[in-house]
Design a protein around this ligand. Structure first.
Ligand SMILES: C[S@@+](CC[C@H](N)C(=O)[O-])C[C@H]1O[C@@H](n2cnc3c(N)ncnc32)[C@H](O)[C@@H]1O
Ligand code: SF4
Ligand code: SF4
Length: 349
């Protein structure tokens, strides 16, 4: 079976609720970081031994249905063995179709080499370089003077790579909300041939086990209303039919989320996706702080773990969003795709 077939089959089975094996994984390869952001305190975490390449190999060998991977950190470029990690993952994931990685862009050579390795292994990397505002705002929010210039340099270099898809990812929080128009003006000046389609928006969330930002907590999104976010999404203009459809649905539910309403879509966490952190702890997703197992205690077999009756109750809870709840792009888009049958029925909204 080809990757495309598996990908489509996974979408169909997420909709019919027959998946029960991991199709999408968010994997944090390291918690080490070289920036000190205001909205994310990963850099404050104590450092313990992280998963080795051998352990990563054991995990991916047991995910035959994996179609989509989000590789994140901390800063992935700080893993000395990043190229080995990437080679191991792709070699053992025969059905992997989407390979997304996120970086703060501070170490351009390393990220470019990582992207080249993905391309060499016949996948088209999707790369997000995080930039949160015009130079002074980004540098202040990221705790490092010159980080804006470095991220722009990385983005520009990656953009010139063939067979890759690189964009800028901006996380909107109370700290940069006022500066987005200024940010766009700066990008038009600093990025050769900049297009609004190069800019993606995400917005502030709280996650104890990932961003470690409970101290800032809900205060980080003070003042963010639906109208702001919609305005910035709309600034990007029309995309192709599929992207427009997904974005419309994303915005439709975003309004509900920001109004405190429950989103009436079944969450795919623990059905077709999980989050694995750098120490090998498995969680339903980036946001719900409910560890469900440790790789070294489950023979690195996430699919087997998900079949455990001990998780039955939690699965129902998650499906109905009786959890910390979120509406961020990494979890929302899979949720939309996994509910296409429901969404395309008349009067399903
Ligand atoms: C945690 S970072 C890890 C990758 C890399 N260090 C970076 O900054 O791009 C992954 C993404 O999460 C975003 N992010 C950080 N804190 C966030 C928060 N509190 N809510 C939502 N997104 C956040 C970052 O801007 C980045 O785009
Ligand atoms: S957002 Fe990225 S760069 Fe900033 S502290 Fe978190 S992991 Fe590090
Ligand atoms: S809805 Fe809940 S379980 Fe699902 S991804 Fe969001 S926080 Fe996680």
């Amino acid at each position: 079976m080809g990757k495309n077939f598996t990908f489509l089959k996974n979408i169909y089975r997420s909709n019919t609720w027959e998946l029960n094996s991991i199709a999408k994984l968010i994997f944090c390869v390291t918690f080490k970081c070289n920036l000190k952001c205001k909205i994310c305190s990963i850099w404050k975490k104590d450092h313990r031994e992280e998963l080795s390449v051998g352990e990563i190999e054991k995990m991916f060998k047991k995910l035959p249905n994996l179609s989509w991977l989000d590789l994140t950190g901390g800063e992935i470029a700080l893993r000395e063995d990043l190229i080995d990690v990437i080679r191991t993952i792709i070699t053992h994931s025969r059905n992997l179709k989407g390979f997304h990685m996120t970086s703060n862009g501070m170490l351009p050579e390393k990220i470019i080499k990582a992207a080249q390795e993905v391309i060499r292994l016949k996948l088209k990397p999707v790369i997000s370089i995080s930039i949160d505002g015009p130079p002074e705002v980004h540098d202040l929010l990221r705790g490092h003077k010159g980080s804006y210039a470095q991220a722009i340099k990385t983005f520009t270099a990656l953009k010139s790579l063939k067979n890759s898809d690189t964009h800028i990812s901006c996380t909107i929080s109370k700290f940069n909300l006022k500066y987005i128009d200024e940010f766009v003006a700066a990008l038009k000046k600093d990025v050769p041939r900049f297009s609004m389609k190069d800019l993606h928006f995400n917005f502030y969330h709280v996650s104890g086990h990932y961003y470690a930002n409970e101290t800032l907590g809900e205060k980080g999104k003070e003042g963010i209303g639906f109208s702001h976010i919609r305005k910035y999404f709309r600034m990007r203009g029309g995309q192709n039919f599929i992207k427009n459809y997904l974005e419309d649905k994303y915005l439709f539910y975003l309004e509900k989320y920001l109004n405190g309403e429950k989103i009436s879509l079944a969450c795919q966490a623990l059905h077709g996706s999980v989050f694995v952190d750098a120490y090998g702890t498995v969680f339903p997703c980036l946001y719900y702080n409910r560890p469900i197992g440790r790789l070294n205690e489950i023979d690195y077999d996430i699919n087997k773990l998900l079949k455990s009756p001990d998780l039955d109750q939690l699965k129902i809870q998650v499906k109905h969003q009786d959890c910390d709840r979120c509406w961020s792009d990494c979890e929302a888009y899979p949720m939309i795709i996994g509910n296409l049958l429901k969404l395309t029925k008349p009067a399903s909204n």
